[in-house]
Each structure stands twice: as C-alpha cells, then as structure tokens.
Design a protein around this ligand. Structure first.
Ligand code: TXA
Ligand code: MG
Length: 318
C-alpha cells in the first residue's frame, strides 16, 4: 500500500514499526525496508520478507550523532570527521557495536553499520518511532535496489510504503570501515575521491577483502529483468553481439548511443549523476527484448560505483 508521507501516514508507519511490523520508507539513496533495530523479532521478519541470507548484516539508520553513540562502543576521530562532513548523507560507517545492538542486525559481527539518511521522511519516521531503524534496501534479495515506491510495491505487494517520490541519488550509500588503513567496503553515492579529502589514507578494499569483511559483497546482486552482459573492453564485440541478436537491448550512457547506430537504446542519462539515478530503473526495465547488453563507463567518480553495480548484475563480462 503506497501512502504519501502525510503526518497521519507517518504516525501510522511509526506505530507499525513499534508493533514489530516492517515498513518501507524513502531515503536519499534508495528505499529502505525498516524494522526497529532493537527488536530482534522485528529484524528477523525483514530477513524473512526479503529472502535475505542471514549472514548479511543490516545498516542501522539514526537521526544524528547522539543516537549513533548509543549503538557503538566508540566514535574514533576519523568517524567524527566523516560524520561532520557527510552526515546526514549517503555514507555508512562500520564501527564496533555495543551489546544493546541485537546480533541478528549485524549477522553476528562485532561491528554495526550506521548512517544518518538525508531525507525528511526517513528522519521524521525514526523520530516518530523513537528507535534506530535497521533497513536493507527494500527489494527482494538479489533484485535491483528500489529507487521508486512502485519498485517496492512490485517486490512486496501489500507492504506499507511511504511514497517519497523517486530517490535523489538512486545508488546506495558508500560503506566505509575504519582501521589501518580505512577501507571502502562498498562503493556508493559518495565518490571515493570525495572521501579521500577527509581520510587521505582511505583505500578501496580489494574484492577478496570486501567479501571477507562485508558479507553482502558475497551474494548475488541486482539481477535485472533480462540477463545482462557487460561489454567492458571491446566496442567491436558489442557491435557483433548487437548484430547477432536483433532483440538484444542496448544499455548505455546517452553520449555512447551514437556509437551503435540503428538501435534504440535504454539510455542511462547524460551526466554521472543522471546515470547513477537511472541505473536501477533501467535494470528493472520490462521493455521487450532478449538480453541487456551494457556498454562500459569510465571508472571515475560516481561512475566507478555504477560500474561496480553493472559488474555484479552481469551474468557475463566480455
Ligand atoms: O543507501 C543504503 O545504504 C541503503 C539505504 C536503505 O540506507 N541500504 C542498503 O542496505 O543498501 P543493504 O542491506 O542493501 O546493504 C548493506 C550493505 C551490505 O553490503 C552489508 O554487507 C554491509 O552494508 N554491512 C552492513 N553491516 C555491516 C557490518 N557490520 N560490517 C560490514 N559490512 C556491513
Ligand atoms: Mg541491498
């Protein structure tokens, strides 16, 4: 059930959360499927509803530093510097957890991932519920993240969804773990280069390390409506594939469309911001065709995170 985020709808959603029921809500990145983070039974229902593997921990959403402090053992100076610069916003920080955070939230890890969403409806909902909200992206496990309320409703018919319109970023938060060196575990809506300005020794974790430290990186992700083949290197190979399959749908940045004349592409957008915004919508496209054939993007700034999503969505990379 989609509800515009009126004060009455917010009260209803907060009451549902307090009863231990799941509620979907908008954030600036993607929609979240929320539960009271301090209620293990409510959190268990989120894993069940999503079909999420129980080794994949959830992000806990809070209204600000004071609420974050109640979840973590300590806030080292690096975390405070990141929070001062990027919260509220699409940055998730992984920190040692307090005992009050149920193990099911963190999949048994000694750390908890925390962020302050930059969205009035998300903040009002946490405030009204009076508790931190554990929320993965509001998609069935393995599907593309939802950037519109209708995506959530498609995956979870009957669920209470606060409809905040299309998500501003359309790409999930960047996940950072502190330590020596601090590491990006998941690329996301805040580009690596921006984070480096605050933490100069930040690195992007190798795939193996990200998988070891962030269980979500091990699982199948973003399965599109059509199987996706990513052409990372060769434009000629993509031209051949298009010639061999007249029903193949081409997915590319607006600027690359003229490289493949005679095809009506699923255009991702012009600027990096537009491309990030259009990605998950495009992966959910129901347009008639056999496969999605994606053309690679330059691995810089926001597009580095978009390429990460395309690589994880692809059944084959050429
Ligand atoms: O933008 C976002 O981050 C959205 C919105 C709703 O906030 N949420 C989101 O959640 O994308 P989800 O569950 O789809 O992805 C959470 C990621 C996973 O890769 C998970 O493994 C990682 O965060 N994560 C959560 N807790 C962690 C922890 N304690 N240590 C390492 N990684 C963790
Ligand atoms: Mg997700």
């Amino acid at each position: 059930m989609l509800l515009p985020p009126t004060p009455a709808a917010l009260r209803r959603a907060a009451a549902a959360l307090k009863r231990g029921e799941p509620v979907a809500f908008p954030t600036e990145t993607v929609y979240g499927l929320g539960a009271n983070a301090l209620d293990p039974e409510a959190v268990r229902r989120i894993f069940e509803a999503k079909g999420r593997p129980d080794d994949n921990p959830l992000i806990v959403h809070v209204t600000g530093l004071p609420m974050a402090r109640r979840l973590v053992k300590e806030l080292p100076p690096e975390a405070r510097a990141l929070a001062a610069r990027f919260w509220p916003g699409p940055l998730t920080i992984v920190l040692p957890k307090r005992r009050s955070v149920p193990d099911i939230v963190t999949a048994g890890l000694p750390t908890v991932a925390v962020r302050v969403p930059d969205h009035p409806v998300a903040l009002a909902l946490i405030e009204a519920a009076g508790v931190p909200i554990a929320a993965p992206s509001a998609n069935r496990s393995g599907r593309p993240s939802p950037t519109r309320a209708a995506h959530v409703a498609a995956d979870f018919p009957g669920l209470l969804v606060l409809d905040g319109g299309p998500a501003r970023h359309g790409l999930e938060s960047t996940v950072v773990a502190l330590g020596d060196p601090p590491r990006v575990l998941r690329l996301g809506a805040i580009p690596f280069e921006e984070l480096r300005k605050v933490l100069p020794d930040l690195v992007v974790a190798t795939k193996a390390r990200a998988r070891a430290e962030s269980p979500g990186m091990r699982h199948r992700h973003y399965a599109p409506a059509r199987p996706l083949v990513l052409f990372r290197r060769s434009r000629a190979a993509l031209r051949e594939a298009l010639a061999a399959d007249p029903k193949g749908l081409l997915l590319c940045a607006d600027a690359d469309a003229p490289l493949f004349p005679g095809r009506r592409p699923v255009k991702l957008g012009g600027t990096p911001v537009e491309i990030a915004h259009g990605l998950f919508d495009a992966l959910r496209t129901e347009r008639h065709g056999s496969v999605l054939l994606a053309y690679a993007l330059p691995r810089r700034g926001l597009l580095r995170a978009v390429m990460d999503r395309l690589e994880r969505a692809a059944i084959r990379i050429v």
